[in-house]
Design a protein around this ligand. Sequence first.
Ligand code: NAP
Length: 505
Amino acid sequence: MAAKQSHTAEEIQALLVSILAEALKIAPDAINVQEPLDNYGLNSAQAMLLVTQAQKMLGFEVPPMLLWHYPNIEALSQRLAEKSQDLELQVEDTGVAPRTNLPAFKTTTPDLSAEAVLDPNIRPASTFKFTSTLDNVFLTGGTGFLGAFLIHELLQTTHADIYCLVRAANSEEGKRKLKQNLQQYSVWEEEFSSRIIAIPGDLSQPLLGISTEGFEMLAANLDAVYHSAAMLNYVYPYSALKTSNVLGTQEVIRLASAIKVKPLHYVSSVAVFESPAYAGKVVKEQDDFDHWEGIYLGYSQTKWVAEKLVKIAGDRGLPITIHRPPLIAGHSQTGISNTHDFTNLMIKGCLEMGYFPDVDYMLDMSPVDYVSKAIVYLSRQKESIGKAFHLQHPEPVSLKILVDWMRSFGFPIQLVSYDEWQAMLKNVTSQDNPLYTLRPFLLERWSQEELTIPDLYLQTKRPIISCQETLKALAGSSIVCPPIDSKLFMIYSAYLISTGFLNVA
Ligand SMILES: NC(=O)c1ccc[n+]([C@@H]2O[C@H](COP(=O)([O-])OP(=O)(O)OC[C@H]3O[C@@H](n4cnc5c(N)ncnc54)[C@H](OP(=O)(O)O)[C@@H]3O)[C@@H](O)[C@H]2O)c1
């Protein structure tokens, strides 16, 4: 008979309360076990501490994702106690101690097709007449990476005033945030300032958090709606992202459909094809994306559901265009990029480790100037209405080529087998290395085959995204996707080094 290993929910709860109290430097009785963990404002290091201490006590792996899946300490403790008891039974049945790194918790994927329901009251309120003249445009996501370049492109190529939804207490603060963001990406031009109007609001609120009168005023006067905002969080589950990404999209559709019907240009993602059903298959722009089973990331799940809502709106008569970027990389001329994005953090982390995994990955990325120019151009063509576009790079390159270039620029890095790299990742203990915070996400095992996220994105598991129809639609413009070559990487590296993000010493 094996030694007792299981712990009761009460024991686990007491432990979690004491760790949390210590981390937050408050008395244990100030912790309410039914309070959502989110409300305690844990940073990544505190969350890691909670997880590591719980693991020590329980003797099995506790994926940090659980902190988001289980809303409070009480529910989390119950789940951990169930697991702990399961493991004890396993020992009793087999006499064999369970693996301590169990991929123990399968997160359940919600039935995404059941989620894809658009409010039946949303219908185009009038007939739509295409016009290429834009006087008033609404844009979400203007404080984000792509949003900054969309605003810039709209300012350059139209005469429209741009009404930007911003999370801010008032329009002055909203304008400040927009200005700061455009400045950060070097696309702020004072002469255009008066054409950028901040609309305080929030995607996660009914009517986007705008007053009914304000919403109606916008609905009656806008000529087009660009929806680029979303919460890009690769750790949160669907439930945590739904209000912003799915219900927010529904509110944007409501705005586009109300009073004066205006075209909705929706920024989706190639992630809508992440179901294993598309693995190895060529997917074209106008193909259906009905498969959702096996999409693992909550973020990708929300993008699938949100695009379905946009499609339903299109079927009800709303003029829509759908733009699916791959990873959005830095500007091809200035190298300016979003240093918080996943690719930059991975590259920085691997450089600090000195090792890249030798895996079959294609760098599916397009420079932000290409993505923003293409979206604005395509959105203004009558023939685009009702269509989807793939802003995929027409000639992606492999990760190995990137590593070769980096070596030739003098970065001391080596390729090691994927297993070796994963083992090294477990030893990353410096909190300054971005891989430290990404580690649980990269090492967690998902899916029935218990694959990690990097496994899931291996080339053989991905679809082949065709962009032929998009290239044809862009043929009449001067917009060309810059090649991914050593020159582009030189530009990107120079920017990342000049900002101190990458250290070459
Ligand atoms: N980046 C990529 O590689 C990539 C790839 C494929 C598709 N996409 C899609 O492209 C779009 C833009 O991505 P990005 O890289 O520009 O993202 P980003 O830099 O993270 O910006 C996200 C924007 O969404 C806003 N937002 C988030 N939640 C909101 C809410 N509840 N209410 C109002 N605004 C909210 C943010 O506002 P705050 O400033 O207030 O946070 C920010 O302006 C997204 O739809 C994304 O899904 C991106």
